[in-house]
Design a protein around this ligand. Structure first.
Ligand code: ARG
Length: 586
């Protein structure tokens, strides 16, 4: 199904041609005066310049061509040369019926050329607990993944674990101090290592912060940890075996956490998986003359003439030969290119890493790790702040763990929902979890990703205003009206709107494909949030003004139910693309 704006544009193009004006001026936009019209075309103004005519004359001539058209209830030329358009209720009803009857996706047309897109998000660091900083990457990345997939792309989500840094050496060193007799530390040992890990996830969660604290106070300890990291990276067998244990234990815990967030990865690769690709990559960079030694380190220049800020060289290897975060990201590209030949790779990472990604992207293109036409996109997100405007902390001022944040939200939501006396305790708990997640995710996604935002728990969990629970509440309300109706309305169709509020609701519904297209092309989940907020508002307005079930005429009632079903389905689909779902009641 064509987008509604496309249909309007085609009509305008015909009218422009008939009026002897180039159709390139037939552009249509949403009205910025919704009190006057629904859509508008301002093309007569620039056209007047080219044709040296009065814009009002052009607008009037076009209006006269369109006046009789069944698509419009009214076409008005307004000073100084605007065209104000109001759709006919018949045409609009036909369009939304088409959406309701479409076999897939309410008539949304997928991009016919399927692109392979890798989304690098989550980015949790192994053995360190997830904190709220990781929340944004997971929430935004998951939604981008779903939107891209819905738009027709072949999408691969990769968590890209941080599993190759100093934290590994810290854990190994601390473990060695506690249990020096473990076989992993015996360099002469040549047998198989135990299958059972020598620690649990709660051990790890305690070992890492202890070791990290020690390394800050004790230079000796830190040197040992760095040495252990280097030995691990060089392949010391006992350390590699420990890394495997750390990964296994940590990943099963991460899976539970991401599961609670409704976040799912196709790949659980980490920085360590890219290691085998490093030697050849580095050799090729040297052979091709891109990499050279500067102050002992191996670097590639990535500055460009047009730079307004300095972009330092991309460091490939440190002077001691050790690999860096950069090296791993570049080697990961080598791996991704070999395995998937992606058309596009999207990185959802804290925006403070922007310069870093500029360096890495340029280096990858310059050294031909990736073909010139592979699209590399950095979706940098802002900081999640507390109500004081500073980065979000616990009440005690420490780093807030993600699990703690989620259980706090769930508890508050549970209190709210328990007020609904008809629910069993069990149902209230399950519902609180669903609604709580919508609060967290919508609170994040409704902001443009690159902006900082204030995590305001009380606002986010409110059932009113621009919140996730408000959207869910709207869906639940619709479901309950449909349940009360209790019949099959599929024989009815949506009738032309009989009131302004009904027309406004149908208009919002008709914008569905455009909203999806916008979110898809701009990689912008917040566009979807804005759309469903408008749609939910339009529905609630209609609901307050209309006797839906009390109306006598069965055809009208059936038409309302069909309209409600479509609203429910569009809202449900959109929240699924945002990464949450609605309960049966709340
Ligand atoms: N682990 C990193 C961090 O916590 C994020 C990883 C982002 N992705 C990437 N390909 N570098 O900061």
């Amino acid at each position: 199904m064509k987008e509604i704006t496309q249909l309007i544009k085609e009509k305008l193009e015909m009218a422009f041609k008939e009026a002897g004006i180039d159709e390139k001026y037939a552009f249509v936009s949403l009205s910025n005066r919704p009190d006057l019209c629904e859509y508008q075309c301002n093309g007569a103004l620039p056209a007047a310049k080219e044709y040296k005519k009065n814009p009002m004359e052009i607008a009037e001539s076009i209006a006269s061509h369109l006046k009789e058209d069944e698509m419009f209830a009214s076409v008005e030329a307004c000073k100084p040369g605007f065209l104000n358009l109001i759709l006919s209720s018949e045409m609009l009803a036909k369009y939304v019926n088409g959406m309701a009857e479409a076999k897939v996706a309410f008539g949304f047309e997928k991009d016919p050329k399927q692109k392979t897109v890798i989304i690098d998000y989550g980015g949790a660091n192994v053995a360190k607990p997830l904190h709220v900083g990781h929340l944004r990457s997971a929430v935004i990345g998951e939604s981008i993944k779903r939107i891209k997939r819905f738009g027709g792309d072949k999408v691969i989500g990769d968590v890209h674990l941080g599993d190759w840094g100093l934290q590994m050496g810290l854990i190994i060193t601390e473990l060695q101090e506690r249990q020096p007799d473990l076989v992993y530390f015996d360099e002469s040992y040549a047998g198989e290592y135990p299958v059972e890990p020598p620690f649990t996830i709660s051990d790890l969660e305690e070992i890492y912060p202890t070791a990290s604290g020690k390394s800050k106070a004790d230079a000796d300890f830190k040197a040992k940890a760095m040495e252990a990291t280097a030995q691990l990276q060089q392949g010391r067998a006992g350390y590699r075996a420990l890394l495997k244990h750390i990964l296994n234990v940590s990943v099963s815990d991460l899976k539970i956490n991401y599961d609670n967030l409704n976040v799912e990865f196709d790949l659980w690769k980490g920085e360590s998986d890219a290691q085998p690709f490093i030697p050849d990559m580095v050799q090729k960079m040297k052979d091709d003359g891109y990499a050279y030694i500067s102050e002992g380190a191996l670097v590639v220049d990535v500055k460009e003439e047009t730079d307004t800020k300095e972009v330092p060289p991309c460091m490939i290897l440190k002077s001691d030969g050790a690999s860096l975060y950069n090296t791993t990201d570049l080697a990961t590209m080598v791996m991704r290119q070999q395995e998937y030949h992606p058309d596009s790779i999207i990185y959802v990472v804290d925006k403070r890493q922007e310069l870093y990604f500029t360096q890495v992207f340029r280096c990858a293109k310059k050294t031909k790790i990736l073909p010139a036409d592979t699209e590399l996109v950095f979706v940098g997100f802002g900081t999640m702040n507390g109500k004081d405007g500073k980065p979000f902390k616990t009440r005690e001022g420490g780093v807030m763990r993600l699990s703690a944040l989620l259980s706090e939200i769930n508890d508050k939501m549970y209190e709210k929902i328990r007020e609904n006396a008809t629910m069993t305790d069990e149902e209230a708990k399950a519902t609180a979890k669903i609604v709580g997640l919508s609060a967290v995710k919508y609170g994040d996604l409704s902001n443009q990703a690159s902006k900082d935002y204030v995590f305001d728990m009380d606002r986010f969990i409110s059932f009113e205003g621009n919140t996730g629970p408000y959207i869910l509440y709207t869906i639940v309300r619709i479901k309950s009206i449909i349940a009360k109706y209790g019949q099959d309305a599929s024989a009815y169709s949506i009738l032309p709107a009989k009131s302004d509020s009904e027309k406004a609701l149908q208009l919002e519904l008709s914008k569905f494909s455009g909203a999806i297209r916008g979110a898809y092309e701009e990689i912008a989940p917040h566009r979807l949030c804005a759309y469903i907020y408008d749609l939910a508002n339009a529905f609630n307005h209609f609901y307050h003004e209309t006797r839906i079930l009390a109306i006598e005429d069965e055809k009208v009632k059936g038409s309302y139910i069909r309209l409600l079903e479509l609203t429910r389905d569009v809202l449900s689909l959109c929240i699924d693309l945002l990464g949450f779902e609605a309960p049966e009641r709340m």
